[in-house]
Design a protein. Structure first.
Length: 277
């Protein structure tokens, strides 16, 4: 069983400046809903109700979003606008939220290690809210699909998708052996952070959904800063793949890279056409 989902949300979001100067990137809305709310909904759909969020300076809006706003509720009670808060209210009722702060932004691996205090010694899911995922025609969300795979393999699972070869330098890229044709499941043998197209072993890119076993924390503690001087989750996962087993899963559905302006616009158009407000 996976009970907890960690949201590393302490990054500066420099690609969205100046919007992200005083507003967390995770709070940018696709239509009327902030990115992180889509992530929480996906986790809840996967049967996870404990949300652990790693924040940083200037991210208070995330905590306020997942809390009751008494003044606002009082103002709109009994008016036609009251139903606009139904979805978020229902999430607040069904989930618990806990927070810790990353005081120095030393990379995704470091953010996950900062979250150890909220997770403890159990396997957990990770959602990077700027990767907005939707099943798009499939019945189950991506995290749900990954939880089912975890139940079978009992090891860390990373979500991957094919990217065009010239874009490998934007992602962690894996190499591996296909171990289950029907489900597109690979046993990982290599992993490189943002390789140039010439250096990339494949075009299978890691996206922002993971299930991690808790030994990742000890590995992260030993991981030295890698590419960009940051503590890279990819380096720790490669070590875990060498020590035991890491599975990469080519998920069913669509991902929008909402950490980039182009991906954000694509997601907005997609959800608008779909008729979601
Ligand atoms: P990104 O690489 O997208 O970095 O982080 P960023 O700071 O959010 O955005 P840009 O590149 O400057 O525009 C991937 C994920 O890891 C988190 C981010 O919040 C995002 O969810 N992260 C990254 C942290 O929590 N802490 C860090 O030190 C770095």
């Amino acid at each position: 069983m996976i009970n907890k989902c960690l949201f590393p949300a302490a990054g500066y979001g420099t690609r969205f400046l100046p919007a992200t100067k005083a507003t967390p990137k995770e709070m940018l809305p696709v239509l009327t809903k902030p990115l992180i709310q889509y992530g929480v909904e996906e986790a809840l759909e996967a049967g996870i109700s404990t949300m652990a969020i790693v924040t940083g300076r200037g991210k208070r809006a995330i905590e306020d979003h997942f809390d009751i706003s008494y003044e606002l509720e009082h103002q709109i009670k009994g008016t036609s606008k009251e139903p606009l808060l139904d979805e978020i209210r229902s999430l607040i009722n069904q989930c618990t939220f806990s927070y810790t702060r990353q005081t120095e932004m030393k990379g995704l691996g470091h953010a996950i290690l900062t979250g150890e205090t909220l997770i403890g010694k159990e396997s957990f899911a990770v959602v990077l809210a700027d990767d907005l995922c939707t099943p798009a025609g499939y019945t189950e969300g991506i995290l749900s699909q990954m939880v089912a795979i975890y139940e079978k393999y009992q090891c860390s699972i990373i979500a991957i998708e094919e990217v065009s070869p010239e874009n490998t330098d934007k992602y962690g890229i894996i190499a591996g052996h296909l171990i289950d044709n029907t489900d597109d499941i690979y046993r990982v043998t290599d992993m490189v952070e943002k390789p140039s197209p010439q250096e990339a072993p494949t075009n299978l890119a890691i996206i922002g959904r993971y299930i991690l076993t808790p030994d990742i924390f000890d590995i992260l503690r030993m991981t030295q800063p890698g590419k960009g001087g940051e503590i890279q989750l990819t380096d720790a996962l490669l070590e875990q793949a060498k020590q035991r087993k890491v599975i990469a899963y080519r998920f069913k559905g669509t991902r929008f890279d909402c950490g980039s302006v182009n991906g954000f616009v694509e997601a907005t158009n997609y959800f608008f056409k779909k008729g979601e407000k």
